[in-house]
Write a protein that binds this ligand. Structure first.
Ligand code: SF4
Ligand code: SF4
Length: 180
């Protein structure tokens, strides 16, 4: 092929590619984005998403945790530390004989496998949905019992319900499940 024809062909091919690329750009210009403005817009997570842990209490305020350390034994990264102590009639924290005097999770080591929650006989430790766990100080990533016992419902997380997640990305129109 003569060089001049080859040059014309290249120009034509390049022009076609530019038009095609612009078409893709234009298509997505009018499509609803699948990203959202975090943290001003909430992020929708699936109901089974495993995020930050919370230690639960019973309705009467007593701690569910009985300090049995089964969660620590199940943890594959050895990031849970439990120190138990005896409840007394004067000082009672949980319904059982023992309670967790010290309960810590090193979130820097956690891989969010959920084995701790599965191992817990009282459903005391639960992985909820928060994923925004960055800290400026690495020691702040060691969550204490007091911190884990605080109810934690950050405004930047909502849980997708079945109706929403079956109908695809609909950021900004997510219905949070009651109590999540
Ligand atoms: S989620 Fe897994 S890694 Fe994290 S504390 Fe629980 S058992 Fe350990
Ligand atoms: S969180 Fe559950 S498994 Fe872990 S020490 Fe407490 S009661 Fe035992």
């Amino acid at each position: 092929m003569k060089p001049i024809f080859k040059g014309v062909k290249n120009i034509f091919t390049g022009a076609v590619e530019i038009v095609r690329a612009m078409g893709v750009t234009l298509k997505y210009f009018f499509t609803r984005p699948v990203t959202n403005e975090f943290p001003s817009e909430p992020v929708a997570v699936y109901p089974r998403f495993r995020g930050r842990h919370v230690l639960k209490r019973y309705a009467n305020g007593l701690e569910r945790c009985i300090g049995c350390s089964l969660c620590a034994a199940a943890c594959p990264t050895d990031c849970i530390y439990v120190e138990s102590a005896e409840n007394t009639d004067e000082e009672r924290y949980s319904p059982g004989e023992r309670y967790a005097k010290v309960y810590e999770i090193n979130m820097l080591r956690c891989i969010f496998c959920g084995y701790c929650a599965e191992a817990c006989p009282t459903e005391a430790i639960v992985l909820e949905h928060d994923f925004a766990l960055a800290e400026y100080d690495r020691w702040a990533a060691v969550y204490t019992k007091e911190r884990l016992l605080e109810p934690h419902h950050p405004p930047h997380i909502v849980v997708r319900d079945d109706e929403v997640y079956l109908s695809g990305p609909t950021w900004g129109k997510i219905k949070a499940k009651a109590g999540t």
